[in-house]
Design a protein around this ligand. Structure first.
Ligand code: ATP
Ligand code: MG
Length: 435
């Protein structure tokens, strides 16, 4: 081995060793790095969502990721899994109890009240960002996860529910999510739910021995939780539980019927699942969940419903609302598997010689202004090694500017997918390599 390449090899190994030493600290389980390739898909999901939401008149709101603990315990409910065992709660240096938000609705409602957004008749808001729950990490379930959500505040009509569901199903269709299935239910209101709770309580009392400890303990305070429990014993014991739909008051039953009629008009299939109570206590009337196959048991990609009492409960005026959140990790997993999302093609620019480099900078500036994605390779070396590098970087096209091309106002475009190449006039490069 010649001395120069030996030195190079040694140098390389030392650098590698240094890197390994630094990697001693890893991410916390359930908290993920989203690497560039994945992040591009996430951005695509976000951009499509924001575009669809704004076409329905929604505007973005950015709330903080930390709130006073009380906001969540009061809104989500003291006897829910989230509040009992999933929140990241800590005391700050002043001794105040703070919580990393486990969901996005309560912060939006807090901001809505605090900034008197209720002064306009209907407020439509969307948000995106990380949520935190201390759950058992597994495929599609993490401790930090990313939600995109939307809330309609100030509209109690069944039309609002159907429109929001139509918007969500339309979005899924647009981004190419396959097999999205909508399930709906109604949880009634403070007029009719107490009677149902009593009925369910009596039913559960007879089967108390088959319930898990958690459900046994909560049976008095919150019998509905047993219907949401994933413990096989509880699922079996509540199989024939009384249906909440049969206990709805006239107003809730009418609302539910109207939501269904409107979904039908929108061409959206919905199956009724009277067991679906959701994991948060603030829901009233319509609740829903959208599932997709290919995620194993973590198959819910979006969920939400109506919460007509929450704004008032948190100190604002009586304001009927409807909202939902979707899980970006789960959507990204599904879209990656079905291969519908195509990344913007990458080109790599190679200049041969200093003149080509100088002109190249000018050309690149113009092409990038047109939105082309071009990385440059000004590293020198042989054309062969530079082509190899471009291939490794995942280039779809390699643009080669040599002396001859320079003289003709052209560039060689090599298509890495077909291995074909052609000379293209500078002004037509954008048309040739655009996605
Ligand atoms: P699940 O039944 O899967 O636990 P959930 O009822 O707790 O969901 P919501 O609180 O309604 O879910 O949140 C809406 C969406 O956010 C879910 O449908 C899912 O896509 C996503 N989501 C919820 N929890 C997690 C998590 N721990 N990791 C990843 N995504 C999540
Ligand atoms: Mg959950």
């Amino acid at each position: 081995m010649p001395l120069s390449s030996r030195t190079l090899w040694l140098d390389f190994s030392i650098r590698k060793a240094k890197v390994y030493r630094r990697v001693g600290i890893t991410a916390i389980r359930g908290f993920n790095d989203i690497l560039p390739e994945e992040a591009e898909l996430w951005r695509h999901i976000e951009e499509e969502s924001f575009m669809v939401f704004s076409s329905y008149g929604f505007s973005e709101i950015k709330a903080p990721i930390v709130e006073k603990t009380e906001l969540f315990s009061r809104s989500i409910g003291e006897t829910t899994d989230i509040v009992e065992k999933e929140m990241y709660t800590f005391l700050d240096r002043h001794g105040d109890s703070l919580t990393l938000r486990p969901e996005g609705t309560a912060p939006v409602v807090r901001a809505y009240i605090e900034h008197k957004l209720y002064e306009s008749p209907v407020t439509k808001l969307y948000y995106a960002g990380p949520m935190f729950r201390y759950e058992r990490p597994q495929k599609g379930r993490y401790r930090q996860f990313y939600q995109i959500g939307a809330e309609v505040l100030g509209d109690g009509s069944p039309q609002a529910d159907a429109e929001a569901l139509g918007m969500l199903m339309g979005l899924f269709d647009r981004i190419g999510l396959e097999g999205a299935m909508l399930q709906i239910n109604s949880l009634g209101c403070p007029d009719c739910r107490p009677a149902y709770k009593k009925k369910l309580y009596a039913f559960l009392l007879d089967r108390k021995e088959s319930l898990c400890d958690n459900c046994k303990r909560r049976i008095d305070a919150n019998p509905l939780r047993a219907l949401d429990c994933k413990n096989p014993g509880c699922v079996e014991a509540t199989k024939d539980a009384p249906s909440i739909i049969e206990s709805l008051c006239a107003d809730c039953a009418d609302h539910f019927r109207k939501v269904q009629a409107r979904l039908e008009r929108l061409g959206i299939k919905a199956s009724i699942n009277p067991r679906m109570v959701r994991g948060l206590d603030y829901y009233t009337k319509t609740t829903f969940e959208i599932t997709a196959s290919g995620l194993g048991s973590q198959n819910a990609v979006a969920a939400g419903g109506r919460y007509d009492g929450l704004v008032n409960e948190l100190g604002g005026p009586r304001t009927p609302c409807f909202g939902f959140a979707m899980g970006v990790e789960r959507l990204a997993l599904l879209l990656k598997e079905n291969g519908v999302f195509k990344k913007k093609p990458l080109s790599v620019f190679i200049a041969l010689g200093e003149n080509a480099e100088m002109k190249g900078m000018e050309l690149l500036k113009g092409w990038r202004q047109k939105g082309l994605k071009i990385a440059e390779d000004f590293s020198g070396g042989s054309l062969k090694s530079r082509m190899k590098r471009a291939d490794k970087a995942g280039a779809r096209y390699v643009l080669i500017l040599g002396e001859d091309e320079l003289g003709h106002g052209e560039i060689t475009v090599k298509d890495m997918a077909t291995a074909g190449q052609e000379r293209v006039k500078w002004e037509f490069v954008a048309d040739r390599i655009a996605p």
